[in-house]
Design a protein around this ligand. Structure first.
Ligand code: TYM
Length: 327
């Protein structure tokens, strides 16, 4: 089986974009691959984060992975910092990553914002840490949302560069898996921006743990337009974003959905979308509550995941060190 690797940062709340752009797709095809899903806590410290919050968010995210349907028969789940080789290989890879490549990363510019001089160097080197995650496990496919495309491309370039420099197949060349729908869920407040965990306005996103009342409220106030036409239309990003969410949740075509709401207004559509969201998220929330209430079992599962994965991470790191002349 081909290997799949992906991960999510344990910062703030996991939202509908993370679910539709990533987790849901992992679950859907998990039986076809040899899967590794990581809780990337080392990535989460690239911006300031409270230690207690980081600790609990790491466990919460693991519980959500399971609640969303990841099955340990097909997947290994683990916490990035539990396998030391992530930090080790990042240093090695850093030395082979041209600054020019990192300078081109758009996410760094967005996240650093005005603080270019005071932000930690970890944020700048973040794509290299991510490359290490993927390369350590000889990954074939990386299922992610559209915002991670550039990072996976850089990972490929870096792997090819090192393989050809030393004339050896040290790393498998990975490939991004990005769906055509759901890869870029937009903010509910400003549909020209992507839905983001770090959005200061909680009405901009729906978290996987929002209760039905909150979902209803957030969808009701989601930005649309004054045309009142329930149709996919790139010129009207608000309604189109909501329709795309509906499309993924129902599995229907655009034509069928447009026909369903012909002659109806935004109110009818938003009510239907709310129902679908509650229907999708309620069972996840129920399972989540069960899983999070047995912390020892969860801790044990994560420890097992790291123990199982460590040997491969060690092998890859050793391979690279030998090629370089270290060790
Ligand atoms: P993160 O934690 O920001 O996001 C996790 C996943 O959710 C996807 N995503 C979205 N998809 C659709 N619409 C959105 N609005 C949206 N927002 C986020 C992301 O594309 C991602 O798939 N650097 C990564 C984590 C990472 C990783 C890795 C991923 C670290 N190492 C190795 C894959 C492989 C990140 O910060 O994702």
């Amino acid at each position: 089986k081909k290997r799949v690797f992906s991960g999510i940062q344990p910062t703030n709340n996991v939202h509908l974009g993370n679910y539709l752009g990533a987790i849901r797709n992992w679950v859907e095809t998990q039986d076809q691959y040899d899967n590794i899903f990581c809780i990337v806590d080392l990535h989460a410290i690239t911006l300031p984060i409270d230690p207690k919050e980081l600790h609990i968010n790491t466990r919460k995210l693991a519980a959500l992975y399971l609640a969303c349907g990841l099955d340990t028969r097909y997947c290994k789940l683990f916490v990035q910092s539990h396998v030391r080789q992530h930090a080790e290989i990042q240093w090695l890879l850093n030395c082979y990553t041209p600054m020019g490549w990192l300078n081109r990363m758009t996410q760094f510019k967005t996240k650093a914002g005005e603080d270019m001089d005071s932000v930690g160097a970890g944020l700048y080197c973040y794509p290299v840490l991510m490359a290490g995650d993927i390369l350590l496990y000889q990954t074939h496919y990386v299922p992610v949302g559209d915002d991670q495309r550039q990072h996976v491309e850089m990972t490929r370039d870096l792997a090819q560069r090192i393989n050809s420099l030393y004339g050896k197949q040290i790393f498998t060349i990975p490939e991004a898996q990005i769906r055509t729908t759901g890869a870029r869920i937009m903010s509910l407040e400003d549909p020209t921006k992507k839905m983001s965990k770090s959005d200061p306005n909680p009405n901009a996103y729906i978290t996987l743990l929002d209760d039905p009342k909150t979902i209803k409220k957030k969808i009701a106030r989601a930005t649309t337009d004054s045309e009142r036409l329930v149709k996919f239309d790139p010129a009207r990003p608000g309604i189109t974003n909501l329709l795309s969410i509906y499309q993924i949740l129902t599995g229907q075509t655009q034509e069928v959905i447009e026909a369903e709401f012909e002659g109806k207004g935004y109110g009818d559509f938003k009510a239907a979308l709310t129902d679908r969201l509650v229907e999708t998220l309620s069972p996840i929330q129920q399972r989540y509550q069960e899983i999070i209430s047995d912390m020892p079992a969860l801790e044990n599962l994560l420890k097992q995941g790291a123990d199982d994965l460590r040997p491969l991470a060690e092998r890859t790191t050793e391979k690279m060190k030998r090629a370089i002349g270290l060790g």
